[in-house]
Ligand binder design. Sequence first.
Ligand SMILES: NC(=O)c1ccc[n+]([C@@H]2O[C@H](COP(=O)([O-])OP(=O)(O)OC[C@H]3O[C@@H](n4cnc5c(N)ncnc54)[C@H](OP(=O)(O)O)[C@@H]3O)[C@@H](O)[C@H]2O)c1
Length: 243
Amino acid sequence: MPVYVVTGANRGLGLEFARQISQSKENILVACHRSSSSDLSDLKQAAANNASNTHTLVCDTGDLKSIQAFIDSAKKTLEGKKIDFLINNAGINSVPDQTSLSIGPEDLAEQMRVNVLGPAKTTEFLLAADLLSPKVRIVNMTSGLGSMTQSLTINPRKCATYSISKAAVNSLTVQQSGNLREKLGEGCVVICMDPGWVKTRMGGVGAVLEPEVSIGGMLKCIRGLGEADNGKFFGYTGKEVPW
Ligand SMILES: NC(=O)c1ccc[n+]([C@@H]2O[C@H](COP(=O)([O-])OP(=O)(O)OC[C@H]3O[C@@H](n4cnc5c(N)ncnc54)[C@H](OP(=O)(O)O)[C@@H]3O)[C@@H](O)[C@H]2O)c1
């Protein structure tokens, strides 16, 4: 039974990942949420088809102690099973109006803590706890705004602080794709993905894609990944995105 871990699964894209993963009773899902006070009603409903194989665990990806506590809970929950798919989805875009000429130091630090250090430490700690399968597929959720090539075409430029953090997620992915192979062997694959502009709270009113379409496309791509895809940047259609 493949084991999936999704961070930020209580709403938005993470919630749709949980819904689609739960369509098969063959899957085991660890659905993470930021705190014990998160509203899990939508998540429980979304995963109702496979409730007995769904585990909701707290993981605040902006807090190292919370990530470590999550690892300890995951170890107990998984009872010796290893993670086949790790989807580092949780993210924030809390200061979209900042430009490169008005970056708030604390704001940049917060985006880096949640968007970059979160997936870095979640992966590092899961590896250290021996919870990653040798053939694990790790997906770091990035954005078209993390692509230099795409950002150069957006005029006026937008979401500078977030964009910088997502460019760092891309770089993290390249680093992890080498470092994980040194630890787990040639079977593991680490990629980053742009979900497209999706109708979620973060996507906002102008977004064009339904979550079902974005997540359906991403899951197809993730499940079809081969070893040669290690370190690549994909869009939700499975097409490669230029760095
Ligand atoms: N929607 C888009 O158009 C779009 C485009 C490109 C990239 N993305 C990326 O896709 C991912 C999901 O975005 P979304 O549209 O679903 O955003 P969203 O609707 O704002 O949902 C974000 C999710 O991340 C969680 N989260 C935020 N900070 C967290 C933390 N410190 N610890 C744990 N969970 C945390 C939120 O939990 P709470 O409910 O507790 O806040 C929520 O579950 C993000 O990485 C985002 O950057 C989205």
